[in-house]
Design a protein around this ligand. Structure first.
Ligand SMILES: NC(=O)c1ccc[n+]([C@@H]2O[C@H](COP(=O)([O-])OP(=O)(O)OC[C@H]3O[C@@H](n4cnc5c(N)ncnc54)[C@H](OP(=O)(O)O)[C@@H]3O)[C@@H](O)[C@H]2O)c1
Length: 217
């Protein structure tokens, strides 16, 4: 058993979720409200460690009135690299840092004062195992807020149920710029992850697309 997972991201028309310089402020103000309304509905929000190191996000509900408590924040961080002064560790509510067996014990001792640590996987975080653990902890809905590499791992392992993207009317280019999904990728289009478009609508100059992930054929 695992939570229902919604992958959400803002991207430029050319599929970038950050520029080559790491700027990821892509959403319009209206889209940020949409994202925070979505955050308010879920039990947990998950991001990869590189997103945390790059953006230092709070991963809280703060652009719309909260319902009194923040969703649980989950960081996927094999080696426990998260800085103890990361903003999300200081926010109200629970934070879970998922690490692998290669995380140094000294780092974990310091981290446990600020977050719940889940050890899951040998080298990198075992995402399937993590999803089961989160479900056991009562998490039924999880918002995945990427990074392209974590998005790939989650999608390719069949752990995502919905994809929602806001496409901003910008093109930024850059072969080093992060795209919505990175990783190894699929060789053939016919082997690609299949989606069904459920809803689409303009929002503050962006275009929001909502897809359901279809089961593997
Ligand atoms: N526009 C948007 O909506 C949006 C949203 C989120 C992020 N972003 C951008 O995305 C960029 C970061 O993306 P990213 O792809 O570099 O990093 P990421 O997906 O945030 O984090 C990837 C890291 O997670 C760790 N990890 C542990 N287990 C993993 C597993 N099983 N699968 C995948 N990763 C695992 C790895 O680091 P360890 O080996 O150290 O564990 C890996 O390098 C930033 O520039 C950020 O601004 C944009």
């Amino acid at each position: 058993m695992r939570p229902h997972v919604i992958l959400n991201a803002a991207m430029t028309l050319d599929g970038k979720i950050a520029t080559r310089g790491g700027d990821s402020a892509i959403s319009s103000p209206e889209d940020l409200v949409r994202v925070h309304e979505l955050r308010r509905e879920v039990d947990g929000i998950m991001a990869g460690i590189k997103t945390v190191l790059q953006d230092d996000p709070r991963l809280t509900v703060h652009k719309v009135p909260s319902l009194g408590k923040n969703p649980t924040r989950v960081v996927v961080d094999s080696a426990a690299r998260i800085p103890l002064k990361a903003r999300l560790l200081g926010e109200a509510g629970r934070t879970i840092v998922a690490v692998s067996e290669r995380a140094p014990a000294t780092r974990l001792d310091a981290l446990r004062a600020k977050a719940q640590v889940i050890v899951c996987g040998r080298e990198e975080v075992d995402l399937e195992g993590l999803m089961e653990r989160l479900h056991t902890l009562g998490m039924r809905t999880l918002l995945l807020e990427g990074g392209g590499n974590l998005n790939w791992s989650m999608l390719s392992q069949g752990l995502v149920d919905e994809v929602r993207v806001a496409i901003a009317p910008r093109i930024v280019g850059g072969r080093e710029a992060m795209t919505l999904v990175e990783g190894e990728g699929r060789e053939l289009v016919e082997k690609g992850i299949r989606l069904e478009l459920v809803r689409h609508y303009p929002l503050g100059g962006d275009l929001v697309l909502e897809y359901r992930v279809l089961p593997v054929e």
